[in-house]
Design a protein around this ligand. Structure first.
Ligand SMILES: Nc1nc2c(ncn2[C@@H]2O[C@H](COP(=O)(O)OP(=O)(O)OP(=O)(O)O)[C@@H](O)[C@H]2O)c(=O)[nH]1
Ligand SMILES: [Mg+2]
Length: 503
């Protein structure tokens, strides 16, 4: 994800690292490189300007310049500014009502229908019963597509092929969902090539009539600043409370992701990271900042990992982990699950301090990666049942035997045993905790890796993504209009290029 932005930022940090003492000129050079990285990643001009304004003063202040490791402090600053830029975002979805309605909208091909399916799957993992609604009556094939996805996910799909009125379809669907005991209704609406009056009117009518609790805009992350512009236009019409940014698995530069919250005030709530229906993640600014800076995303990693195990298995695991048991067989199970094309790379990217390892892995092709895991599994299979249960009984002689049985070296057996020990410690250490504590713990680990300086971007929008009442919406529109006029006046008064603050 955002490889070139990551590399460029890494370059900026490298210029500061290893210098015995930093001069102001060094620091300014580092700042300039950060600015350049953001501009190259297609981050909007104004956002870059504010971003640089936010970090420059502190980077040149005593706290950073005179610190023992100024480069680490500097990374901390950039990290915090990224978090400020991307957040805050409410945790999860507030689905406290008996029936919660989510409307998905966006331009043609952005990924609405796919995201509806992904979201349904994610909700089902959380024990929530969703219903998908085919409110895209533009093309008959759209209804079929949703049914296919519904079948894959195993979720009810409501459609009415004889009805030409999407509002009526949504209304009927909500009634049906209530009758069927569904807690969440997800409306898959029609898309257009460009924003037009007719589409907006249709969406506004659905919004007025069905009053969704969430209106999410699905934007294609590959389209860069166009995505941000369309988000602005949709927000004007619909008072969005979240963006789903899709196709971040592709060759995107990151500009849209880093600009959208600041430009429109609407936070990203989810990101789409692939075509598969499992490829939807809750958006967490801390995790994303960590990934961009190569610091890892521990919470994201655990969320990914938990998708790999089904519920029964999870329960069984939990029970044995609580007794402090994590055998080689469990370890083998885990390894085999990760040995899917692409998955290992993705997870590597979320592991703290694994940036370099990831680069190395990227040079090894997928088959070789799978081959490595096969080798590890081979080693485990060469152990006796007793050894798999308690590998501490493996002595030097047995190590040699196992190695020759598996066609590898004693060194590899050693490595494997070490990895197993590490994983066991981590797994059993967390087993005694409840889900909430575990999340807390992981967040602490993540935070411990960053500079916890809590600062906020001046002027950054603080919407966390909960929907406003019609009265609040009116008030906000007025405020926004006022702000816009003010900004226009300011712009006239001083036409400043980004970077004047920085250098
Ligand atoms: N790589 C990748 N592809 C995605 C992602 N999300 C959606 N797609 C693909 O994008 C294409 C369009 O997705 P749809 O879900 O049909 O888009 P839509 O917004 O419903 O399109 P319309 O209904 O025509 O307006 C499909 O080929 C999806 O597989 C993603 O996160 N990553
Ligand atoms: Mg669609």
């Amino acid at each position: 994800m955002f490889d070139s932005l990551q590399d460029n930022l890494k370059g900026a940090f490298k210029t500061l690292r290893g210098k015995g003492k930093l001069t102001e000129a060094n620091m300014r050079e580092g700042l300039k490189m950060v600015e350049q990285s953001l501009l190259e990643a297609d981050v909007s001009y104004d956002v870059v300007k504010e971003f640089m304004h936010g970090i420059t003063k502190e980077a040149l202040g005593e706290k950073v310049m005179l610190a023992l490791e100024p480069s680490e402090q500097f990374i901390g600053l950039v990290n915090q500014e990224l978090i400020n830029l991307l957040g805050p975002v409410e945790d999860g979805l507030n689905l406290s009502k008996d029936i919660n309605i989510i409307m998905m909208c966006g331009l043609q091909g952005a990924g609405k229908t796919t995201t509806c399916g992904k979201l349904a799957k994610l909700l089902m993992r959380q024990k929530v019963k969703p219903m998908l609604v085919a409110a895209d009556l533009q093309r008959p094939a759209a209804i079929d597509q949703l049914h296919v996805i519904g079948e894959q996910v195993g979720v009810e799909v409501y459609s009415d092929r004889d009805n030409k009125d999407p509002v009526q379809v949504c209304r009927d669907a909500v009634a049906k969902a209530k009758a069927d005991g569904c807690q969440v209704v997800i409306l898959d609406t029609a898309g257009r090539l460009a924003i037009d009056e007719e589409l907006m009117e249709q969406l506004k009518t659905i919004d007025r009539d069905v009053q969704p609790d969430h209106v999410f805009l699905v934007v294609d992350g590959m389209t860069g600043q166009d995505a941000v512009r369309s988000a602005g236009a949709f927000h004007e019409a619909l008072e969005l409370n979240g963006v789903v940014m899709t196709k971040l698995d592709g060759d995107t530069r990151g500009g849209a992701l880093l600009s959208v919250k600041h430009v429109t005030g609407v936070p990203i709530r989810f990101i789409g990271v692939g075509e598969h229906l499992d490829d939807l993640e809750f958006f967490r600014p801390e995790g994303m900042a960590g990934r961009i800076l190569g610091q890892g995303d521990v919470v994201g990693l655990f969320e990914e990992a938990s998708k790999l195990v089904d519920e029964d298995e999870q329960k069984r695991m939990q029970e044995s982990l609580e007794k402090g048991q994590f055998t080689m067989d469990d370890f083998r199970n885990h390894m085999q699950k990760i040995a899917k094309p692409g998955l290992m790379m993705k997870m590597m990217g979320m592991l703290p301090g694994m940036g370099q390892m990831k680069d190395m892995m990227a040079q090894v092709n997928q088959e070789e990666q799978a081959g490595q895991i096969k080798k590890m599994v081979g080693i485990i299979d060469s152990m006796t049942a007793a050894e798999r249960k308690d590998p501490s009984i493996v002595d030097a002689r047995r190590r040699q035997r196992i190695a020759s049985g598996a066609g590898s070296g004693a060194q590899q057996v050693n490595e494997l045993l070490k990895q197993y020990d590490m994983m066991k410690g981590m797994m059993t250490g967390m087993a005694g905790m409840g889900a909430g504590d575990r999340m807390q713990k992981m967040q602490e680990v993540q935070q411990a890796m960053m500079d916890p300086a809590q600062r906020r971007l001046p002027g950054s929008k603080k919407s966390t993504g909960s929907r406003l009442s019609p009265k609040q919406q009116k008030k906000r529109k007025k405020e926004l209009e006022k702000l816009r006029k003010q900004m226009k006046r300011d712009k006239k008064n001083k036409k400043k290029k980004p970077g004047e603050d920085a250098v």
